[in-house]
Design a protein around this ligand. Structure first.
Ligand SMILES: C[S@@+](CC[C@H](N)C(=O)[O-])C[C@H]1O[C@@H](n2cnc3c(N)ncnc32)[C@H](O)[C@@H]1O
Length: 289
């Protein structure tokens, strides 16, 4: 296993294929616009249909259900931060083919929204948004979360923002592609960077290692599948909500909320399942220096 001290491979573009899958799921479930769906995404979804059907049968939920749960809860938290906590700037990293920036800008035109991704995906997204309509104050930039400094680092993206405004970083479908020490060093850099703003927030999804989950063996199966698809590992992080809270606290966040999608059943438009949920949404805050 790699540690943060053994510098990780900085070229993780093999992961970008997964953005086609998730992008297609958002589109298929009416959360997106036509331009965001790709042939690769449509093909991957069709290819995985038998596996998803099997997972629904034996485990009571499939991969897409957990994707939709995380997407809805993240959207809800983002809207809450805009409407109740005065967020004015959003940096969505590893945004892939997600329509979130497009939708947020339609609903809240005053928000400064920057999407970041690896060069190939960023170029594709810029071209896509150019076609469907890129609003003023919405940009796509190259950003590699593993770069500690330089023009494509998280620090460089944050440096382009107004430090007098409350700011939010979002990642979705990213953090489980990295070993824990590697992603923790990214989280620590985010927490540090967000301190420059009067309030800094970070929202991410996280798939924990719930070894006591009744469907754990199917989770391990899905884990292998994602790893195969993206030609790498897809490690699960932390074994319970407390460990998550402690970890993010140690990484520099002052306030950490660990949200279970099940606590939003009946409130938000998200698929409900009988089994215990497998994904968590983490909402953290740092206070300015
Ligand atoms: C599963 S997709 C998620 C896309 C989008 N957030 C969504 O939920 O639909 C993973 C994304 O991570 C991006 N990615 C992979 N490695 C990255 C890195 N080192 N820095 C920034 N983005 C990265 C990929 O290009 C891809 O767009």
């Amino acid at each position: 296993m790699k540690s943060a001290t053994q510098s990780p491979d900085l070229d993780t573009s093999r992961i970008s294929v997964s953005a086609h899958y998730t992008g297609y799921i958002w589109y298929k479930h009416g959360l997106s616009a036509a331009g965001f769906a790709t042939g690769t995404g449509r093909f991957a979804n069709a290819a995985l249909a038998p596996i998803n059907a099997f997972l629904r049968l034996v485990a009571g939920a499939d991969i897409d259900i957990f994707l939709l749960q995380r997407h809805s809860v993240i959207d809800h938290q983002v809207r809450d931060l805009i409407e109740q906590h005065g967020i004015e700037q959003i940096v969505e990293l590893a945004s892939g083919l997600s329509p979130r920036g497009y939708r947020i800008k339609q609903q809240y035109p005053h928000i400064r929204y920057i999407e970041g991704d690896l060069p190939g995906m960023a170029a594709r997204k810029r071209e896509l948004l150019g076609r469907v309509g890129l609003a003023a104050g919405h940009d796509v930039v190259e950003c590699n979360i593993l770069q500690e400094d330089g023009p494509t680092s998280i620090a460089a993206v944050l440096a382009s923002l107004d430090t007098s405004k409350p700011t939010l970083i979002i990642t979705e479908g990213l953090v489980n592609y990295f070993d824990l020490p590697v992603i923790r060093s990214v989280w620590a850099r985010m927490a540090q960077g967000l301190k420059r703003f009067p309030q800094g927030y970070y929202i991410t999804d996280l798939y924990p290692d719930f070894a006591d989950h009744p469907s754990y063996r199917y989770v391990k199966m899905a884990q292998k599948l994602v790893g195969l698809f993206t030609r790498g590992q897809w490690p699960l992080h932390y074994s319970n909500d407390n460990a998550i809270r402690n970890g993010f606290g140690e990484d520099g966040f002052d306030q950490v909320d660990v949200l279970d999608p099940a606590s939003f059943y009946g409130q938000l438009n998200l698929p409900e399942v009988k089994i215990k949920t497998l994904v968590r949404i983490i909402r953290c805050k740092v206070s300015g220096e």
